[in-house]
Write a protein that binds this ligand. Structure first.
Ligand SMILES: Cc1cc2nc3c(=O)[nH]c(=O)nc-3n(C[C@H](O)[C@H](O)[C@H](O)COP(=O)(O)O)c2cc1C
Length: 258
């Protein structure tokens, strides 16, 4: 009789019972599905990213509500909304970290996406203080500036990984996109900057144009099995050549961690 394979793995220096990690997305957004994922055997979960951009938007919206009518009467205070009803900015993500930590035995990896260096480090620190076992930096930089100098993009990645590395002690994964002049050199640079793992790859969503209405049509197709070949190729190239963990990311395909 065949014995069950040993799925124990190490990722970012964390001991995992399985190399399957639930990626950031709708399934990791609530405690109920997080518990189901753990029961189904995932080795760790990555919570949806805390986006600095969302926090800024929430705060602006709250200010707009609070300032509405405040110039009118002293009684204006009475039509201010009940503040405890608001869960503004980062609070939702921080609460999810706390809830996930108390509900799960497996490692909880929080994810952050910043707009500014201060934002990356501030929210990284807050997520760790809320109890995250590790952090994933969801770096979604679209290098769209044609006047940028060669090396600009690499410096931005390296600087931000270095800044977060200095701010937190927990293991750090960096989720990157596939479009670099040299993915291998980028991987080495991020390893040197303090990344404990690299996640291949973030997908840059590409809106379509509806030819009937001539309007931009947001589209989101899940990956297919053949999409896994690109991350696998890079993981195979880099395996044994850099120190940090290497993970492949895909929704409709298996997620494997080396
Ligand atoms: C609806 C949806 C929400 C997602 N949210 C996040 C997120 O908050 N942070 C993140 O790093 N990745 C997010 N992802 C990306 C997934 O974690 C995963 O890396 C990606 O979908 C895998 O690539 P694939 O779509 O090509 O299979 C999201 C994906 C989907 C489909």
């Amino acid at each position: 009789m065949k014995s069950a394979p040993d799925l124990n793995s190490s990722y970012l220096g964390l001991a995992l019972s399985s190399p399957l990690v639930a990626s950031a997305g709708p399934m990791t957004r609530g405690v109920k599905t997080l518990v189901e994922l753990e029961e189904a055997g995932v080795g760790a979960v990555v919570l949806p990213s805390l986006f600095e951009e969302d926090v800024d938007r929430d705060i602006s919206a709250l200010h707009a509500v609070l300032e509405q009518g405040t110039q009118a009467f002293v009684e204006a205070q009475t039509y201010l909304p009940e503040l405890p009803a608001f869960e503004v900015g980062a609070e939702r993500s921080l609460r999810l970290v706390e809830e996930a930590k108390s509900a799960l035995a497996i490692p909880v990896i929080a994810s952050v996406n910043g707009n500014t260096t201060g934002g990356w480090t501030r929210y990284a620190t807050q997520l760790v203080d809320a109890g995250a076992d590790a952090l994933e930096l969801n770096v979604y930089i679209v290098a769209a500036d044609p006047s940028g100098a060669p090396g600009d993009v690499r410096s931005r990645y390296v600087d931000l990984v270095g800044a977060v590395r200095e701010s937190v002690q927990v293991p750090l994964a960096v989720k990157i996109g596939p479009y670099f002049d040299s993915t291998a050199q980028m991987a080495v640079a991020l390893d040197d900057a303090g990344a404990d793992g690299l996640v291949f790859f973030n997908r840059f969503y590409q809106p379509d144009i509806d030819t009937e209405t001539l309007e931009v049509a947001p589209t989101l197709d899940l990956s297919t099995e053949s999409d896994l070949r690109l991350p696998l190729r890079w993981i195979a190239i880099l395996y044994g050549r850099i120190g940090c963990s290497l993970a492949a990311s895909g929704v409709s395909t298996p997620v494997r961690v080396w």
